[in-house]
Design a protein. Sequence first.
Length: 313
Amino acid sequence: MGKLVGKALVVVLVLSSLTGCAFSDPRIFGTPAPPSANPALTSDLAQAATQIQQAWAALAGLASLDPTTDRWAAMADTLKAQWLVLVGPDPINRVSVLNVDIGPASSLTTIQDGTDAANDTLQTARDSFLDQAKQATGTTAVFWASLACSAEQIRQGMGGTYNTATPANQGATIQVLDEKTAVDTLLSRYDEGVFAIRSAMGFLDPGASGTVSRYQTVLGTVQNDAASLVSVAQGMGITQDTNPPIYQLPPGRDADASLALLTTTQASLVQASAQWVASAADPTQAITYMMNNATVGMPLGVGTAVWPGWPDS
């Protein structure tokens, strides 16, 4: 929608001549030493990769054992994409490795064996990732919080609905702001989200009572989450804008356009909540909000593994 669209700027530098440039400068020689890796972070990443691989193996085994249930393969695909990042050359910046085999799927006898194994692994991983997130700050905190939210969303999806992942804007930059600005930005995203969902409901066939009812539930959830954030903001001395803008809607006024509005609302709220995590000196409250409100608690039904920067497909 119109007000909150971000733009990425890519600058391509073309050198038509090497004369006088750094490559011919005699003062520059050799290869710069790579920055020293943090041993603790390296160990944490290795452990996280192992946990994700184990959960993937269980879900991939379920996909083979029960190919008629689509969500097993969708979950496994999301976990494999995350594993490729975790073992990649730069996990914090989500640079994945290529052409690496994740290993064999688990050999399962029953569906219960697979779900038990995946549930236990994901629950342990979630708790570990949350601990890492709450001890970190900035984009590193977002990195771990995103993994924790994903692990919990997949874990819950094993007993219910898990749609094919709808990724957030993978080119988006999670800015580190002052915390008040980040919370104020998230409030405005909620305001925009309520506008979008109300507009989306207007595009629906009034005879589709089940769909209309689901949208009403979604609207109520978003409004409740926004109200809880308002109380947080008031405690930080942030006052809500009493004259919210009218947002520009994308083209289309049908059921497909309605679904697209839900998708962009979900991605927008996740990205803004991640920005709050990155901007907080102590991210504990923001991480809890991201987990319970912006991700796992968001019943939009348009894709559930929506994590800022992760290659979800």
